[in-house]
Design a protein around this ligand. Structure first.
Ligand SMILES: NC(=O)c1ccc[n+]([C@@H]2O[C@H](COP(=O)([O-])OP(=O)(O)OC[C@H]3O[C@@H](n4cnc5c(N)ncnc54)[C@H](OP(=O)(O)O)[C@@H]3O)[C@@H](O)[C@H]2O)c1
Length: 217
């Protein structure tokens, strides 16, 4: 059985991923209702999330070097980071109480000092691909190694569009907010080159003016 990949994003009416404050409660309620085995997240999204919602990067504690022992039903956080951008920052993710633990996707080109950094902190990681992560291979390895078969990705345009161009996305879940970002918009699909035929599977409107639309590919 092939793994299922769902892209879930909040967008403005003019399809921007940024430049407005999404209804985070609703965004994560919908994400959680998918009951994913894992969230797949880009390294830039982690950095931006820390800037927006974090309070700086706290010093590491001895407990940050250990794998958390949490409920086995919690989703993993799978983070793509072949360049080691998140060195020194991963404990902000591992500390998140609704994350089972973090698994890092790296490549053969990942700097050796980053791999050492991961090993010293007992992070699980998967090496797939030469320079950038080979996401098809990584998704297969996640299934084989961790039994992950449903992946929800609430990431930014870059990783989302790479997944769409690879043709491995099963569903697009869009929470459209009643707001225009206009000239500063960061359009969600502007790097898609694949010829995708979509089918509207579901739509629902909420009292706050948001509309949730789900398309299958
Ligand atoms: N509205 C929403 O729902 C929502 C959700 C999430 C994020 N965002 C916004 O999106 C922005 C961040 O997103 P972003 O679009 O800059 O980046 P992103 O989605 O975080 O994507 C960057 C990731 O893509 C990976 N990548 C790039 N090219 C690749 C390739 N060819 N093969 C495999 N992996 C590849 C990179 O891997 P390496 O690290 O290995 O290079 C990196 O992990 C932020 O402003 C954030 O606020 C919005």
């Amino acid at each position: 059985m092939k793994s299922e990949i769902i892209i879930h994003n909040s967008v403005s009416l003019d399809n921007s991923l940024t430049g407005f404050m999404p209804d985070m409660g609703l965004h994560y309620k919908i994400a959680g209702d998918y009951k994913p085995d894992a969230h797949l997240i880009g390294s830039k999204t982690i950095i931006k999330g820390n800037e927006m919602f974090g309070e700086g990067i706290p010093d590491e504690l001895p407990s940050d070097f250990e794998q958390p022992q949490r409920d086995k039903f919690l989703p993993w956080w799978i983070i793509v980071d072949s360049g080691g951008r998140l060195k020194g920052m991963l404990h902000t993710c591992r500390r998140f109480e609704y994350c089972r633990d973090v698994v890092i996707l790296v490549s053969e080109g990942t700097p050796a000092d980053y791999l050492l950094h991961l090993k010293e902190r007992n992070y699980n990681f998967i090496i797939a691909g030469k320079e950038k992560v080979d996401l098809v291979m990584a998704v297969y390895m996640l299934k084989e190694k961790y039994g992950i078969t449903r992946i929800l990705t609430d990431t930014g345009r870059v990783l989302g569009n790479v997944l769409l161009n690879l043709g491995i996305v099963d569903e697009i879940s869009l929470l459209v907010h009643p707001i225009m970002v206009g000239e500063k918009s960061y359009p969600m699909f502007s790097e898609v080159t694949a010829d995708l035929k979509l089918k509207l599977k579901k739509s629902e409107q909420f009292e706050n003016g948001c509309v949730w639309m789900v398309y299958s590919t």
